[in-house]
Design a protein around this ligand. Structure first.
Ligand code: CP
Ligand code: NVA
Length: 310
């Protein structure tokens, strides 16, 4: 059985910013090892008998399935908790929920709207809380993203990652992760869709170079990674028509990919909207690492859980 360091036991993962470069690298190292074991069908029950509660206030395909399967492969089990079905949906406080769930569970994963709700849950829980996406961040996605970049390109330091489109939650977490790991990050977005100032500040403080541009074609020159995400995030459905108008021209198509480096890969956290932020031919084309990226959600989150759950 592989040994897992216990220095991260009990830690929550609510924002990439709170974790050091070495801590993120510890997750990536273990993720690579767990991926190898899983593909070899070698048992790795690092969390026997542990239970993960998964609170969802927004829909999910990848996050739900990868966490549920992941804890199962580690020897534990998961509970799907729709926020609407919990007393939380009827006004029970986050604090009371955190205290009670800590008596039953070994960790909580939560997908919700406000980042402050996740922080409040983590402050009041005595077990690790993992952020499965908020309006402002998606740190588990960022783990799988950097894992995929390293797997495909063999390194992280010095790579140029260009994010195109809406400077949203996925962009913010990826930007901070890239900055921590020595990558150069460029966000090419319309001015009013730039990533959150706070995330930019945190990324720059982490020592990374972050550029905010508005021309996608000049941004992708020399890029090692092109990244995009949906233009209308969960909860923004009423803005969809406006967003489609504002973001036209920021999608990844074959012409844009041709302007990037010869070995550049394309990532998308999914779900994708063909013909909006990415064309179908690029998504399924030879540069796409999107399906490995989706798979790596499983391995990265298994590593995260194995490191933080007692
Ligand atoms: N990328 C991602 O988080 O996908 P889901 O919304 O399906 O979980
Ligand atoms: N930005 C998207 C990501 C979906 C995984 C959203 O928040 O809906």
């Amino acid at each position: 059985m592989i040994a897992v360091a216990d220095s991260l036991k009990g830690r929550s993962f609510t924002r990439v910013a709170d974790w050091s470069r070495d801590e993120v690298l510890a997750v990536l190292g273990l993720a690579d090892e767990l991926k190898r074991l899983q593909l070899a069908r070698e048992e790795h029950h690092l969390l026997p008998g542990r239970t993960l509660g998964m609170i969802f206030q927004k829909p999910s395909t990848r996050t739900r399935v990868s966490f549920e399967v992941g804890i199962y492969q580690l020897g534990g089990t998961a509970l799907y908790l729709s926020a609407a079905d919990l007393q939380l949906g009827r006004g029970e406080t986050i604090r009371d929920t955190a205290i009670v769930l800590s008596r039953y569970l070994d960790a909580i994963m939560i997908r919700t709207f406000a980042q402050s709700d996740v922080e409040e849950l983590a402050e009041n829980a005595s077990i690790p809380v993992i952020n499965g996406l908020t309006d402002s961040s998606h740190p588990c996605q960022a783990l799988a993203d950097v894992m995929t970049i390293r797997e495909r390109l063999g390194r992280l330091e010095g790579l140029k990652v260009v994010y195109l489109g809406d400077g949203n939650n996925v962009c913010a977490s990826l930007m901070v992760a890239c900055a921590k790991l020595g990558m150069d990050f460029v966000a090419a977005t319309p001015t009013s869709y730039r990533p959150d100032d706070e995330a930019v500040r945190v990324a720059r403080e982490a020592g990374g170079s972050v550029e905010l541009l508005d021309d996608p074609r000049s941004a992708v020159t020399g890029a090692d990674v092109l990244y995009t995400d949906v233009w209308t995030s969960m909860g923004q459905e009423d803005e969809r028509e406006q967003r489609l108008r504002d973001l036209r021209g920021y999608g990844i198509d074959a012409d844009l990919v041709a302007l990037a480096g010869d070995d550049a890969i394309v990532l998308h956290c999914l779900p994708a909207h063909y013909g909006e932020e990415i064309t179908e031919d690029v998504l399924y084309g030879p540069r796409s690492a999107v399906w490995d990226e989706a798979e790596n959600r499983l391995h990265a989150q298994k590593a995260l859980m194995a490191l933080v759950i007692r």
